[in-house]
Design a protein around this ligand. Sequence first.
Ligand code: GLU
Length: 280
Amino acid sequence: MTFTPSVKRIARRVLAALAAVACTLSLAACGADEEGKIRIGIKFDQPGLGFKKSGTYVGFDVDVAKYIAKKLGYSEDEIIWKEAPSKQREAMLQNGDVDMILATYSITDERKKAVSFAGPYFVAGQDLLVRKDDTSISGPQDLNGKRLCSVTGSTSAATVKEKFASEVQLMEQPGYAECATALFSGIVDAVTTDDIILAGLASASRGKLRVVGKPFTQEYYGVGIKKGDTALAAQINNAIVDMIQDGSWQRAISDNTKGTAYMPNAEYNPPTPDEGEGNE
Ligand code: GLU
């Protein structure tokens, strides 16, 4: 049967409308601008790690992501950066919104039920950020009766709830920048997350906030990928090994923590991808 021109026109319009809906819902075939590119989820608000700065993206996670993308055959122009807030990371990978996530993303058994990880490419430790003059908090044991800020969907918030300070009042925010603002303004007494994130926030506060400096967990940063993609995990792990061996990893850490007095824990760093407690 042959369609009349007007039926064809309507069919074309319907198809175009469906494509637009697919695009809005971030389904895979989202049009020409994502074609042949790699979509990488990072944080946009964590100085030194993943930070959006007048249209460019900077930080250690960004540098590791660029290195991996290059090894996978993508130039910097072929990277599409997407914001991956803590709470949305698993869903973004499951929905196919991104191809990989490098966003201070700890490898955990719970998360491995939903996604897979390559790496680890860094090991951080959970710590506390306080106001410069506050000497009443020197570790998680001092948090009873205090107000603490962390981020929804993070291991940091989960650890506080599970292990520390039954009397602590935990306030959860969508990002750590909001927590730092709450700390400045006295709404909370401390912020908790990974030491390397807190170091960047302390540095950005120009001395008003300081990191306590006694990490109490190990956070193995992985590259989040779609569950079960072992071939991609192996390629990413090879890239991480190369990055460590050719000195780029050390340069990226030094460049992105400059001026923060942060030193990675040498007992765990640099880690060996695909080995150790982080990712077996
Ligand atoms: N690394 C921890 C996590 O993956 C805390 C940092 C974050 O929220 O990104 O949950």
